[in-house]
Design a binder for this molecule. Structure first.
Ligand SMILES: [Zn+2]
Length: 312
């Protein structure tokens, strides 16, 4: 029964996503009270990113805020159409494609809307410690907010915390050093829904440039065992899917990258430009349908360098 429902959901996803990246994907979880609908807003390709807005009978909870102000306004139009208040915003990690739209949603929300994030994410938004905000300002002009106009999280969360919003209870799992300096997972156990930022992505090239692949693999293997098999992961790039399939695929991709880079490092202890090209060609052959998760000219080369540094 449940697997039929999941199949139906996947067919629905495929159909709706096929229509256009501008449409959000809606999944109503009717088996629990209150009625919960998880909407996905996927920004247009190239470099599509998901934000989710969860609708309950009491209001809307946002997971992440998208990359650009213009994209956030499209998502906001959909949210305003249901005529319910924005009750809270949960940020998964400090990459700009997940918080660039924050000013748009905060302006539209209830006064003093709670914004949740880990301490590491809060500090990065406050100080721009990785320089990402400055870089986005230079690249995208007015479509990316200035640092001083990005609302800071006003609720710091850590592993073991719970967040109660709109009749829902989110469990917090904060995992440092994986796809980014930290990823905060938000888990709705009653709804079998795990919001995971870019801890896993689907048919998308992940970011491995920070050199955390070993730690990330350990976390993936451990998280794989934590959730019932019917759990759906709502992540940052590509279609949501079952926990087991997504985590297995993410592990396989990272292991493949590490193997290819280790082979290139063997002997001369460096990955030469021609070896980089060979690895990229191999990855493109194996994953010809993979999109990029970041607006970076050479994400695959950056990933090779990140892993080479880590393995050296
Ligand atoms: Zn992302």
């Amino acid at each position: 029964m449940l697997s039929n429902k999941i199949k139906l959901i996947n067919v629905l996803f495929a159909f709706l996503v096929g229509l256009s990246a501008f449409f959000s994907t809606n999944l109503t979880l009717a088996q629990n009270q209150p009625t919960v609908t998880i909407h996905r807003y996927e920004s247009p390709p190239i470099d599509a990113v998901n934000l989710y807005w969860i609708e309950t009978n009491k209001g809307i909870i946002l997971i992440d805020a998208g990359r650009f102000l213009s994209q956030a306004r499209y998502a906001l139009d959909e949210i305003l159409a249901v005529n319910k208040p924005i009750l809270g915003i949960l940020i998964t990690h400090p990459h700009t494609d997940h918080y660039g739209g924050l000013p748009v949603f905060v302006d539209a929300a209830i006064e003093d809307v709670p914004i949740y994030a880990s301490e590491i994410t809060y500090n990065d938004l406050k100080t721009d410690s990785q320089g990402f905000i400055k870089a986005r300002n230079q690249l995208h002009g007015n479509d990316f907010p200035d640092k001083d106009t990005i609302p800071l999280p006003n609720h710091i969360v850590k592993t073991g915390d719970t967040i109660k919003l709109g009749g829902l209870t989110f469990e917090v799992i904060d995992l440092p050093e994986n796809e980014t300096i930290t990823t905060t997972l938000y888990y709705l156990s009653q709804q079998n829904a795990l919001f995971a930022g870019d801890f896993v992505v689907n048919q998308t090239i992940p970011f491995l440039g920070d050199g955390f692949s070993s730690n990330w693999l350990n976390q993936l293997r451990s998280q794989q065992l934590q959730y019932p098999e019917e759990t759906i992961i709502y992540h940052g790039h590509g279609k949501p899917d079952r926990v087991e399939r997504l985590i297995k695929a993410q592990i396989k991709y990272i292991e493949t990258m590490r193997r290819l880079v280790a082979e290139a490092l063997a002997g001369d202890r460096e990955v030469t430009p021609s070896e980089q090209e060979q690895i990229v060609a191999q990855l493109e052959k194996q994953h010809s349908d993979y999109k990029t998760s970041l607006v970076l000219p050479n994400l695959r080369i950056g990933n090779i360098k990140g892993i080479a540094k880590e393995l050296s």
